[in-house]
Design a protein around this ligand. Structure first.
Ligand SMILES: Nc1nc2c(ncn2[C@@H]2O[C@H](COP(=O)(O)OP(=O)(O)OP(=O)(O)O)[C@@H](O)[C@H]2O)c(=O)[nH]1
Length: 383
């Protein structure tokens, strides 16, 4: 049994509620899936009403029997009310296909076949309705179900046409009826075939949509990450800083901006090569992620510079994480390939001030970093 997710549409149209919205909720309910199922039933009801109108016209011009038409019309309306009651009460959810599309299609085709037999000289007009029902079916039924309904239609129409040629030969001449039957069979076959192709196309589209969503998520991820270190890149860090500033303006926690610059990094590049320099940057990033608090966010600011967004919880705490990082780097190889080299860094801290533009805090952190470099490097300064 297929599970139904109870997707709800707005249940309360509001105080200035318009009547149509309330009436819609009353007639169709508030579950969006059930509403869709009832919309399908509405289409079947529309086709049925057209057939009943044709039958009524046939009665009016004396081409059909009033009692037979009245009986058939009563059966049609009873079935539609029955389907409506099943869907509205939720009984349809017990079935493997809660849309009840297949029984509705069978019902519609049976009705049209009966109308074919009752409309005498007008019966040719009903054939098109068979195709119309199948077109609806193509969008709501699986190809296997479309095939079953098509075969059912051909069999029922075969029986009805045979019966009509036997009992009303005046209006149902065998040669013409054979042609009608052949046409019905060909249309049903073609629709079955098309339904399979439509399903293939839908499956392909679905697969492509999933692949595109995956690619988009990947692109978004790549756009926010630094390729070398895997850390958030400068753009992402700016977004995060802005978000923290906004949150702070709304009463959120205070934070610090810290810019870290590796000391004499050019020397590593010049001595061991650019690839070794890259490995050092990667090792530094990995180490920082391990040592800093989980609430602190480190990103690559550019070159051998990193920016750390530190939450001030509790006050005074932010500098401790960076001090721990300095300590840890003093006893850890700069990278697996440089076991004897140690990385040192200078750091500039700026406490984010109430309502200041984020660029201002960054600029202060930058000045603090410059002061740390001037003070001999391998130290931190707060401004
Ligand atoms: N391997 C590697 N090197 C980089 C990368 N980005 C920047 N650099 C190098 O980092 C070095 C930075 O040099 P400087 O600005 O002189 O800084 P420094 O040598 O660290 O000196 P101070 O900052 O004054 O301590 C340059 O040699 C850049 O080429 C990178 O992605 N990979």
């Amino acid at each position: 049994m297929r599970t139904q997710q109870a997707a709800q549409v707005s249940t309360d149209p509001g105080p200035a509620a318009d009547l149509p919205a309330r009436l819609g909720n009353l007639l169709l309910g508030t579950d969006s899936r059930q509403r869709l199922t009832l919309t399908l039933l509405g289409l079947v009801a529309l086709v049925s009403a057209t057939v009943v109108m044709l039958l009524t016209y046939a009665v009016a011009i004396g081409m059909a029997d009033l009692r037979q038409v009245a009986l058939l019309s009563a059966c049609v309306f009873a079935s539609i009310i029955g389907f409506y009651a099943m869907i509205r009460s939720g009984c349809n959810r017990r079935f493997s296909d809660p849309t009840l599309a297949m029984p509705q299609a069978i019902m519609a085709q049976t009705l049209i076949a009966c109308a074919y037999a009752l409309t005498g000289p007008l019966h040719g007009a009903t054939v098109i309705m068979l195709a119309l029902v199948m077109v609806f079916g193509m969008f709501s039924l699986r190809p296997a179900a479309v095939r079953i309904v098509s075969v059912y239609t051909v069999v029922v129409m075969g029986a009805v046409i045979y019966w009509s040629t036997q009992h009303q030969p005046l209006h149902y001449q065998p040669q013409r009826e054979l042609f009608n039957f052949g046409l019905t069979a060909i249309v049903m076959l073609a629709i079955s075939q098309l339904s399979g192709q439509l399903m293939d196309m839908r499956t392909r589209l679905k697969t492509q949509k999933i692949a595109l969503e995956g690619a988009l998520a990947h692109i978004k991820e790549m756009a926010a990450r630094d390729e070398l270190t895997g850390l958030p890149n400068r753009r992402r860090m700016m977004t995060l800083l802005q978000e923290h500033a906004t949150r702070h303006a709304r009463g959120g926690p205070r934070f610090f901006v810290c810019i870290i610059d590796l000391d004499h990094f050019k020397h590593i590049n010049d001595t061991y090569g650019h690839a070794a320099g890259d490995a050092v940057l990667r090792s530094f990033a990995a180490q920082a992620q391990v040592v800093l608090r989980t609430t602190d966010i480190i990103g690559r600011w550019g070159g051998e510079e990193f920016l750390v967004l530190l939450q001030e919880t509790p006050p005074g705490e932010p500098m401790l994480g960076v001090a721990r990082l300095r300590e840890s780097l003093s006893v850890t190889p700069a990278s697996p390939g440089l076991p004897d080299v140690r990385v040192r860094f200078s750091a500039g801290f700026a406490r984010y001030e109430e309502n200041e533009p984020i660029d201002q805090a960054i600029e202060r952190a930058d000045r603090a970093l410059y002061a740390a470099k001037s003070a001999g490097r391998n130290c931190s300064i707060v401004l």
